[in-house]
Design a protein around this ligand. Structure first.
Ligand SMILES: [Zn+2]
Length: 231
């Protein structure tokens, strides 16, 4: 993919988050990576969406060195880069403060899998990260946020390709996908299942979901014999 198309895809994805009502002011960011070139395009920091252009997207290498663009990249860039370095199956990362997903993050609980919409996209509960230490917060905070996300997936043996989002404790979610379009799709799904989950949890805090039904729904779309949608 050319850098111009990568920037265009990231620009469109950032605007799509606003269109879907997941981002107010500039509280969100999307990036995408070209794995062959090892280059990431990300939204610039604090630029209003109304004046933002595709060419404002900043291009960096995986170590965070800006290789193209005159604006400062999103302040969450070190988190995005840590996720790309550690999860080699992902092609795009997003961060939002969308209401229900942020509320679950602030509740400091995993989002339990209790419905088929969740199971269509995520093979299990969506994890909430641990508390960050004083040193992690005082140090390279955004980088350490990424490290704590990766630690959560490694320690709990979660495949990031099967669970394309995380709830960062007391903060909000990070979401990923195969590409920028898929990532935005997952952002919308996450917000919706967090909303459903909040309501279901209020109606019945003891709710559970049969693991056979979880597997049926996840594999219908993602297993090697996936059959959902058109061939
Ligand atoms: Zn944030």
């Amino acid at each position: 993919m050319s850098l111009a198309s990568l920037k265009e895809a990231v620009f469109e994805a950032n605007l799509a988050l606003v269109d879907h009502g997941l981002v107010i002011f500039t509280w969100g960011n999307v990036s995408a990576i070209d794995r062959q070139q090892g280059l990431v395009a990300i939204k610039p920091s604090g630029v209003p969406y109304s004046t933002m252009k595709s060419d404002d997207m900043v291009i960096l290498d995986l170590e965070g060195k800006v290789v193209e663009g005159s604006l400062k990249p999103s302040s969450d860039t070190p988190t995005h880069l840590e996720l790309y370095r550690s999860f080699d199956t992902i092609g795009s990362v997003a961060h939002t403060h969308s209401t229900y997903a942020a509320a679950w993050s602030q509740s400091c609980r995993d989002l339990p899998i209790t419905g088929t919409t969740h199971a269509d996209y995520f093979s299990q509960d969506i994890p909430c990260t641990r508390d960050m230490t004083e040193e992690e917060i005082a140090g390279e905070f955004e980088l350490n946020t990424g490290k704590v996300i990766v630690e959560t997936f490694v320690e709990r043996d979660i495949n990031p390709a099967h669970v394309p989002a995380v709830l960062v404790k007391n903060h909000a979610p990070f979401i990923w996908g195969k590409d920028a379009h898929d990532c935005v799709h997952n952002c919308v799904v996450l917000e919706e299942i967090c909303k459903m989950g909040a309501i279901a949890d209020a109606l019945n805090p003891e709710i559970t979901m049969n693991k056979h039904l979880v597997r049926k729904h996840f594999n219908r779309k993602h297993g090697k014999n996936a059959y959902y949608g058109q061939k």
